[in-house]
Design a protein around this ligand. Structure first.
Ligand code: SAH
Ligand code: SF4
Length: 399
């Protein structure tokens, strides 16, 4: 085999599941599809990949066989691989997903993705990064050693896997355990929240491209109002999120004064509460009909007094806000405790009396460590470090 042929053989396949329209056009051009057909063909593939959920090129019945054959030599429709699936007694599912390796020595990143069925919706909580650089004091994800951004395809891949698994594409079959919403017109995945691992605003380009794919009317067709991006307060990126994505915003507030927020959410030292709330006031599209959600984790004797509740109400005055009280979810080694139920009720009553709906988010999937802030994939520190070193040495080798 010539060097060039062996290089071509070793080339990683182009991944079309999760690809943007531009990437699909480029793949078609690369296999020699006629230039004048590129856009039309890309639309056909788009429909098969995102509307029909095709997992094999052979299923694409209205596309000529020779084109499909060429495409399948160079491209793949593979999704992230499900390493484990855990199903909670309440129907919450947590998947550990392995992302396809980017090069022959890459083992591929592992991330977690959680599905939460409710009577009127099914919410998929997706990750935007492997790990998180921000180290919030109460969050398990922040303790992960390895951090890297996910690509747009890897973010969209989480939705594709969930829809495959839940039988949510045309002709799909729901799992037999009866824990997935069904019935006329029911969509298993109706909502997506960026509340898994990672800080979405530190990976905004990929998050934006993923949202464009998820909301495309010829494909997955999710409504922008049913997608929520949660940030710990990356102030300089918030306007761009509103302008370029137009999705709902959630802000992880958790404290009403800078001294405490500096401790709980260290990013506060860079972007303190007043700058964060100003960015919320300026958030494009925020209105009483499209309120910003403020997340507030209930930590025993830390931020849960009646005075804290009153301070919260004062702080948010005039903002189109919803307040989401999250009972703290403990994880092995965490030093916080969840507030008592009576304390949460008293807190929520003060907030409610001030005119805010303040649903207390019922902890879901606690038995499988799938609740907020409990996510941490199995990648161990050593393995992560070894992989980083390998990747670095490969990068050097390519110079
Ligand atoms: N990084 C983003 C999004 C992911 S975290 C952010 O921080 O907003 C999603 C939500 O879970 C955030 O509000 C986060 O503060 C909260 N959270 C993290 N750890 C938690 C825990 N152990 N118990 C309850 N909520 C937690
Ligand atoms: Fe990162 Fe969000 Fe966890 Fe903070 S709460 S460490 S920003 S994932």
């Amino acid at each position: 085999m010539t060097a060039a042929a062996s290089k071509a053989k070793d080339r990683a396949p182009l991944r079309l599941a999760g690809a943007t329209r531009g990437e699909i056009v480029r793949a078609l051009a690369e296999i020699g599809a006629p230039e004048r057909e590129l856009n039309m063909r890309a639309s056909q593939f788009w429909h098969w990949i995102y509307h029909r959920g095709a997992r094999e090129f052979s299923a694409m019945r209205n596309i000529a066989r020779p084109l499909l054959d060429k495409l399948s030599e160079r491209c793949t429709l593979a999704r992230p691989e499900i390493v484990t699936e855990q199903v909670s007694a309440d129907g919450t599912r947590k998947w550990l997903l392995r992302m396809p390796p980017a090069h022959p020595l890459d083992r591929g990143a592992e991330i977690e993705c959680v599905y939460i069925p409710e009577s009127d919706r099914g919410t998929l909580c997706v990750s935007s990064q492997v790990g998180c650089t921000l180290n919030c004091a109460f969050c398990h994800t922040g303790t992960m050693a390895l951090v890297r951004n996910l690509t747009a395809a890897e973010i969209v891949g989480q939705v594709l896997v969930a829809r495959d698994r839940l039988g949510d594409f045309p002709g799909g079959v729901a799992p037999a355990d009866g824990l997935v919403p069904s019935g006329e017109g029911a969509r298993a995945v109706s909502n997506v929240v960026f509340m898994g691992m990672g800080e979405p605003l530190y990976n905004l380009d990929a998050v934006r491209d993923a949202i464009a794919i998820l909301t495309d009317g010829d494909g997955l067709s999710l409504s922008k109002r049913r997608i929520t991006v949660s940030t710990s307060g990356v102030v300089p990126e918030m306007a761009r999120l509103g302008a370029e994505c137009g999705t709902m915003l959630a802000v992880s507030l958790h404290a009403t004064n800078n001294a405490l927020r500096d401790e709980l959410v260290p990013l506060n030292r860079k972007y303190p509460i007043d700058t964060l709330l100003q960015a919320c006031r300026d958030y494009p599209g925020a209105s009483n009909a499209r309120r910003i959600t403020f997340e507030y984790v209930m930590l025993k004797r830390v931020n849960d007094s009646a005075a804290d509740a009153k301070a919260l109400v004062r702080l948010l005055k005039g903002l189109p806000a919803k307040i989401n009280l999250i009972p703290f979810n403990p994880w092995p080694g965490s030093s916080f405790e969840c507030s008592d139920w009576e304390t949460i009720e008293r807190f929520s009553e003060i907030v409610f009396n001030a005119g805010y709906a303040s649903p207390v988010r019922t902890p879901r999937g606690r038995d499988i460590l799938a609740a907020c802030g409990q996510l941490k994939s199995e990648s161990e520190k050593l393995r992560a470090r070894a992989r980083l070193m390998l990747e670095e040495s490969l990068a050097v080798g390519q110079d």
